[in-house]
Design a protein around this ligand. Structure first.
Ligand SMILES: [Zn+2]
Length: 174
């Protein structure tokens, strides 16, 4: 389960997977929260393509993970998909993110499957404010990356996808 393989989501409909798998440019985005903080979505930026599954509106709770599927809009290889996500981390019992235990930490996640070039990814843990688009702009290649802030460490790596012939980008924070 470390990388989400072998983990089937009951809420993921077969029709969605079939539609997703037919697209030329696709990506599986898997976010693992191994920290004790909640990941609360602040901004969701999609530069191109579309989501086949949305949830980013809600929190990713400590010890849980989330999978989403993104792909180009038309059934064509001539289009790309890419975007960025901005999550604010806070402790589960703090509504205003203002207690001493809150890290005031932001998680940026960037991903892309461009028309030209290789898959790209980006991860950053920081307290610097940017729009979510920043994470997409910083995603320039698909190499392993890590980022540390306030005792937390975020890493991003690519593995083979499950629902398409492309890759799964695994973002994890602990
Ligand atoms: Zn707090």
């Amino acid at each position: 389960m470390e990388d989400g393989k072998g983990w089937v989501e009951s809420s993921l409909q077969w029709q969605t997977i079939e539609k997703f798998a037919r697209r030329g440019r696709s990506l599986e985005i898997f976010i693992k929260n191994k920290s004790r903080y909640m990941f609360k979505l602040e901004e969701d930026f999609l530069d191109s393509g579309e989501r086949f599954r949305t949830i980013f509106k809600d929190c990713i709770y400590p010890g849980s993970s989330w999978l989403t599927l993104v792909a180009n809009k038309a059934p064509s290889f001539s289009l790309s998909v890419g975007g960025g996500l901005k999550y604010r981390l806070h402790c589960p019992y703090c509504k205003e993110n203002d207690c001493d235990d809150c890290k005031r930490c932001i998680l940026y996640i960037g991903f892309g499957n461009p028309f030209i070039g290789n898959l790209v990814s980006f991860v950053s843990l920081t307290n610097v404010e940017h729009p979510a688009k920043y994470a997409f702009d910083e995603a320039k290649d698909g190499t392993f990356k890590s980022s540390s802030f306030g005792g937390l460490r975020g890493v991003v790596e690519m593995i083979d996808a499950i629902y398409c012939s492309s890759k799964r980008i695994v973002f994890s924070v602990e």
